[in-house]
Design a protein around this ligand. Structure first.
Ligand code: GLN
Length: 235
């Protein structure tokens, strides 16, 4: 990536973590989703060209970026101070909070985030959902470490929830809503975090960051952003 091989156009390798619908999922072996379409639209407004997508587990994306295996992360990644210490982010392109997902018809589901105390909770490794549960509930001893389960992706966590191995899964609100549409699960409570997603780039790639921000601005000013959003968040 980040070279043109003398062809004149600069190519970039995008990386994502499928298993986070509707932002990125695999459909018949192909990676598709809101992030995929949005980044393509953004890059089409720049002098860069996208190479094929590479997929990783979410927690491996930042190392992959830093080791030059990919040039940009498009994975519904929340911009936060901790991550900002090791990578850069574009301007935000989507907002989210955290949701407590439980089985449909579960008896006495938690009516608020704090109600997760004493329950068995699943999260995806390396996410903001994992850190909020850890900070608010595991560290203060409200959930035993043995009842705090981390998964490589949220599809596996939701599977364990449906199979009654978990009482709840904590994850980003838009993704929780997508699972509600697809599985026998429901949102019992939400926890306001006011997260904002950005594309991740290396700290030394200022030209790329600037180009992506310009491209994103054009996508948002026109009708393209709404088009892509309506396609992936319809109904
Ligand atoms: N937005 C959350 C985070 O950044 C979850 C992202 C994801 O699982 N793809 O941690």
């Amino acid at each position: 990536g980040l070279g043109g091989g003398g062809s004149g156009s600069m190519t970039i390798v995008p990386g994502t973590a499928p298993g986070f619908p509707p932002f990125e999922t695999k459909q018949g072996g192909e990676i598709v989703g809101f992030d995929i379409d949005l980044l393509s639209a953004v890059v089409s407004n720049t002098d860069y060209e996208l190479e094929s997508w590479k997929d990783f587990e979410f927690s491996s994306l930042t190392p992959a970026l830093k080791n030059d295996k990919i040039d940009v992360i498009a994975a519904a990644m929340t911009i936060n101070e901790k991550r900002d210490e090791s990578i850069d982010f574009t301007n935000p392109y989507y907002s989210a909070d955290q949701a407590v997902l439980v089985r449909k018809g579960a008896s006495s589901p938690p009516s608020e985030f704090a109600g997760l105390a004493g329950r068995t909770v699943g999260v995806q490794e390396g996410t903001t959902g994992a850190s909020v549960v850890e900070k608010q509930l595991v560290k203060p001893g409200k959930i035993a470490q043995s009842k705090f389960n981390t998964y490589g992706n949220y599809v596996l966590a939701v599977e364990d929830l449906v199979n009654r191995n978990l009482d709840a899964v904590v994850l980003d609100t838009p993704v929780a809503r997508t699972f509600v549409d697809r599985r026998a699960v429901t949102i019992a409570a939400t926890y306001e975090t006011g997260e904002k997603y950005g594309f991740g780039v290396r700290t030394d790639a200022d030209d790329l960051t600037k180009a992506l921000n310009d491209g994103l601005k054009q996508v948002r000013n026109g009708s393209k952003y709404e088009e892509i959003r309506d396609e992936w968040f319809a109904g």
